[in-house]
Design a protein around this ligand. Sequence first.
Ligand SMILES: *Cc1c(COP(=O)(O)O)cnc(C)c1O
Length: 357
Amino acid sequence: MRPLVAAIDLEAVCHNYALAKRCAPGRQAFAVVKANAYGHGVREVVSVLQEADGFAVASLAEAAEVRAMHGEARILLLEGCFSVDELPMVAHLGLDLVLQSSEQLEALLAAELSRPLNVWFKLDSGMHRLGLSPEAVRQYFPRLRSAPQVAELNLMSHFACADERGHSLNELQLECFLDLLDLDFDQRSLANSAALLMIPAAHMDWIRPGIMLYGATPFADLSAAELGLKPAMTLSAQLIAVRDVAEGESVGYSGGWIAERPSRIGTVCCGYADGYPRHAPAGTPVWIDGRRVPLAGRVSMDMLTVDLTDLPEAKVGDAVELWGANLPVDDVAQAAGTVGYELLTKVTARVPRRYHS
Ligand SMILES: *Cc1c(COP(=O)(O)O)cnc(C)c1O
């Protein structure tokens, strides 16, 4: 077997969920498990989060997967329906439905459903990606209140810059949300991981932790460890070859990395077809034998190369951690010019997940 595995620590997910709940005492939580639980495996994550108040997903297919494991839990469909054809299934599965546009609202009001739904007005409070204007929410409120299709009538919105502490848009979005609370909503939800960690005024009734459940930080300037989070995924591989290269020799595709001294190069069986970012530059950290060593040369489809010159004892067969328990995914992401979210969600299907709890 190819020695590459994503080990998933389900106990860490539980720890992180409990931490999210402790940050917002008395509030309920939708554990965000979209995108296959950020790459960790939705079945396993949902089954270990039996205590969660609810789950949030991005599509009907994801919702159906969660419902199959959890007959009772509230399941929030974050972007609502993509077509009216989906409404009967939403009712059948008993989902909490987001309404982000007037088209979605009108479709719901025209539908005959097998049961009334808990619906969430999605307010565009300033991110300008999805949602209704404050005026539209006010205008639709009475119609939805009296609609037979509607059980709970709720309000939600999403921050654009909660990962940047003190960003002026956070205050404006919070104000926009609060301005609507003279309307008598049943439930309110505003906070993603970053907001629930840093903006207590945004906690409302339901928090929506995603990235923090998996032990990565939403902040550029605050590490997961500093937040008390435990990494859930450790992506590990092996050194499958080691060689010496002379000063002036190049390594890898395009010959872009050139040894500036006599160097020892290690080859690791993990590449971009496994989800390791191809654009990670030389110097991106890789963990071998208890130390960080720098990536050297282009990442290939199935392999990558590291500079072992300062780690002379490293040998073929040694364990390599691409990110995880010893090397925060956020550090790799930062070096590669992306975020932990992208690295975690992009680990491909050919990487076996191994679970322990
Ligand atoms: C994905 C998502 C979340 C979770 O965000 P994190 O930053 O991962 O905590 C919350 N709310 C909405 C609407 C989302 O789409």
